[in-house]
Design a protein around this ligand. Structure first.
Ligand SMILES: [Zn+2]
Length: 239
């Protein structure tokens, strides 16, 4: 069964949202969703012009026995996606981007701890659960390296790749993309605050326990709509 009409559009939108939010500087980074046979992923084609300008035509299914359209190549780091999905049956979507503040925070030895609460509850919860780190900076272009990354990710929603970027996963594409945006927001806050001295603060256990779960409509759907509106406003909507 070929890809439905909506998958390439929402994946292209995901790439543009991430780039527009500053998580992908130029042509590097990719997003995928699981399909019945394999996955649909952002590929590189003859008109490659960066994540911010991803078109639905750049999205292709990569699966056993499926031939890619001539002129298009899957990302070099496809094993990040295939091995995360193999290791995690719960994962429907994978994001890999080179989020600059996450990289900077990690290089500066700043741990992504729960230093914000109601400012961004979903990322507070991710930080409470600890965001693991893959300590190598290699290009993840073999299945073996992909398995290493999947092992480092474990059951977590996000993984920092030292000197490289992040991987986030989700039960939905929205969830994986917004997790990436939120990890970058937390890292940016910590980098900003750490410029004035080491951040010792951590949200109290009492406040963490009292924080409500506002639900996926609030955390994901509304934020996605906001991000899509930002694209439209900037004249960057997927057509
Ligand atoms: Zn990469």
């Amino acid at each position: 069964m070929p890809l439905d009409n909506s998958t390439p559009v929402v994946l292209a939108e995901a790439c543009r949202i991430l780039a527009h939010a500053g998580l992908a500087e130029d042509i590097l980074g990719h997003v995928s969703v699981r399909t019945e046979r394999g996955l649909a992923v952002r590929c590189r084609g003859p008109l490659e012009s960066g994540l911010l300008f991803t078109r639905p035509e750049d999205i292709h299914e990569v699966a056993p026995g499926v031939e890619l359209e001539p002129g298009y190549d899957p990302p070099n780091e496809l094993p990040i996606h295939t091995e995360a999905m193999r290791a995690r049956p719960d994962v429907r979507a994978v994001v890999h981007v080179h989020a600059p503040h996450v990289i900077a925070a990690d290089l500066a030895g700043i741990e992504l701890r729960p230093v914000v609460g109601a400012y961004n509850i979903p990322v507070m919860r991710m930080a409470v659960g600890r965001i693991p780190i893959y300590p190598r900076s290699a290009l993840i272009n073999t299945n073996e390296l992909g398995r290493e990354v999947a092992t480092a990710l474990g059951p977590a929603p996000a993984l920092v790749l030292r000197g490289h970027g992040i991987v986030t996963v989700g039960h939905t594409l929205e969830e994986a993309v917004i997790r990436a945006l939120n990890v970058e927001i937390l890292a940016r806050m910590l980098v900003l605050a750490s410029a004035k001295g080491k951040v010792e603060y951590e949200v109290s256990a009492e406040d963490i326990a009292a924080m409500p779960d506002l639900g996926s409509a609030f955390n994901d759907t509304f934020v996605w709509r906001y991000q899509r509106s930002r694209l439209e406003h900037a004249g960057l909507a997927v057509r």
